[in-house]
Design a protein around this ligand. Structure first.
Ligand code: GLN
Length: 542
């Protein structure tokens, strides 16, 4: 039977609950236990697939094709596990199951009630996730902040589970302690209120992670302990830091892992953090940089840059950069800039490598194509991800094969030269407006052609990578593209779909229909990102 560790947030959102959850898992793993994690999102959406990244952040895709919250990406990266649809719970999913069960007479004539039937479904979903992964611990992060209406039923599930299994449930509150400038002192009162809200829901925290700009001091630990009825040593300092992968090490300095184990009457079996520590040392000490430009469009909201929309790509680049003991210098490039002023594209030559990111819809497309053309012609290492592959094909068709009207059915449905087109099965879905959960999603096999850059990178004939797209390279144009020198480096054998393209006589021009970034891990950088960064470093040396 697994132990349950719930992680909830106090005071405000955006304080790193996901990374805190992943870090707790990492610590327990390092002490010899198996760990899995699940995310509860209080929204009514069945999944994150229909949400705009600017609103929601990255849409992470699991191996089994669930479009979910980016925190599942954090869990996979920190814990090096593969999660599934069962590790993702939303209000929409819970209600849909309960309503369907009622329609099928699953409640045997009983009146179905919000409480306890909804929390019961939450508990059964958590148990399913734990069982599937057969882990010693399941971490369950509850999205949102305590005190808000939306996550009450999930807290009710915690309360009920704690009655059922008093010794197997722990609640960690990640709370924010502001240090207002005009006072210059860390304030504990908002956290005290957060704990009171939690108490009103019938839940008492066992551990409080004190998130703040600086470490919490002894006096304030004591204050929180007194006011919130927990032990001083269970108030864990969690100051802002620059590198998320350092967080497990910082928590360990506060003895968090053994505090958790002690509460369950368990002990550490071993301590194995050396590789992780080495990685953190590299991250903190690397001096030489690699300069990468990311061309996309989901990172502007007002005056702020949203890094969250592409977090897995960002992490995958970093993993590869750290492998080469370098430091990443990253620049966000809005493709729309090149549409306003085409000559700006020449700025791309100052980068060691360029990535054109995934995306949906017409906005910014022509700017991206200009950037790709520049990289192809000027031999700048180029990695195209999903849309970045489709646009590379359009660029090649237009400028190398002379198919001037080449386009994608997504942007120009009436074009005669749709080098990127939609599959027949997808056409039906679009017509019926069945958008949610119907993209080509999750892992599919890809056969890699020998002699290509991709083959050199992967070193194997078959790989499996995660997808999230509706459109594909149109096989009708394959011959003309290949005749003009485009390399089809990877193909899905089952449906004969192009998965990877390359351009010859170029130091690195590789673009994938899939999203390799989802499978990169801090200590196991993805082969394509490794090869891309290698080429970028080579360009820099020149
Ligand atoms: N919009 C494109 C498609 O649906 C690419 C999607 C993506 O980049 N993830 O096929």
């Amino acid at each position: 039977m697994p132990k349950y560790i719930f992680v909830g947030g106090g005071v405000m959102s955006g304080i790193g609950k996901g990374v805190a959850t992943a870090s707790i898992g990492k610590i327990l793993q390092s002490k010899g236990y198996t760990v899995t994690a699940a995310k509860i999102d209080p929204y009514v959406n069945l999944d994150a697939g229909t949400m705009n990244p600017i609103e929601h952040g990255e849409i992470f895709v699991t191996a089994d094709g669930t479009e979910c919250d980016q925190d599942l990406g954090n869990y996979e990266r920190f814990l090096d596990v593969t999660l599934s649809t069962d590790n993702y719970i939303t209000t929409g999913r819970v209600y849909q199951t309960v309503i369907n069960r009622e329609r099928n007479l699953g409640y045997k004539g009983k009146c179905v009630e919000v409480v306890p039937d909804i929390p019961n479904e939450v508990i059964s979903r958590i148990n399913k996730a734990a069982k599937n992964n057969g882990a010693d611990f399941i971490l369950i992060e509850i999205g949102g902040t305590v005190g808000e209406y939306q996550n009450l039923l999930f807290l009710e599930a915690v309360r009920m589970l704690k009655i059922q299994k008093p010794k197997e449930v722990l609640f960690v509150l990640v709370s924010y302690l502001p240090v207002p400038k005009m006072i210059g002192e860390m304030k504990t009162k908002p956290t005290q209120y957060a704990v009171r809200s939690l108490n009103m829901a019938g839940v008492q925290p066992d551990i409080i992670l004190a998130r703040s700009v600086v470490p919490i001091d002894g006096a304030r630990k004591k204050k929180i302990a007194n006011a919130c009825s927990i032990l001083e040593e269970d108030v864990i300092s969690a100051p802002d830091i620059k590198y998320i992968y350092e967080i497990p090490l910082n928590f360990e300095k506060e003895n968090l892992g053994n505090r958790i184990l002690a509460k369950f009457g368990m002990r550490q079996k071993k301590v194995e953090m050396n590789d992780w520590k080495k990685l953190v040392r590299t991250i903190k000490t690397a001096k030489k940089t690699v300069k990468i430009g990311l061309v996309g469009k989901y990172f502007k909201t007002g005056e702020f840059t949203l890094m969250d929309s592409y977090i897995s790509v960002l992490e995958a680049i970093k993993h590869a950069v750290w492998f080469y003991k370098r430091k990443l210098e990253l620049h966000w490039i809005s493709s729309e800039d090149y549409e306003k002023d085409g000559s700006k594209v020449r700025n791309l030559k100052k980068y060691d490598g360029i990535i054109v990111l995934g995306g949906f819809g017409k906005r910014g497309i022509e700017g991206k194509i200009k950037a790709i053309e520049y990289c192809r012609k000027n031999k700048i290492p180029y990695l195209g991800l999903c849309l970045g592959m489709q646009l590379a094909v359009i660029e090649f068709a237009r400028n190398v094969c002379g198919i001037k009207g080449a386009n994608s059915a997504e942007f120009s449905p009436n074009s005669k030269e749709k080098v990127i087109d939609v599959m027949p099965d997808q056409k039906v879905l679009i017509k019926e407006k069945k958008y949610g959960g119907t993209l080509r999603l999750g892992e599919y096999e890809c056969s890699i052609k020998k002699g290509t850059i991709s083959f050199k990178a992967y070193g194997v004939k078959t790989v499996s990578e995660r997808h999230r797209h509706r459109y594909e390279l149109n096989n009708d144009f394959r011959a003309v593209l290949e005749d003009n020198g485009l390399v089809i480096a990877g193909v899905n054998p089952e449906r004969n779909l192009v998965e990877i393209i390359e351009v010859k006589n170029h130091p690195f021009f590789v673009a994938t229909q899939f999203h390799p970034e989802f499978k990169s891990r801090p200590l196991k950088a993805h082969p394509l990102f490794l090869e891309f960064i290698k080429a970028a470093i080579k360009k820099q040396r020149k």
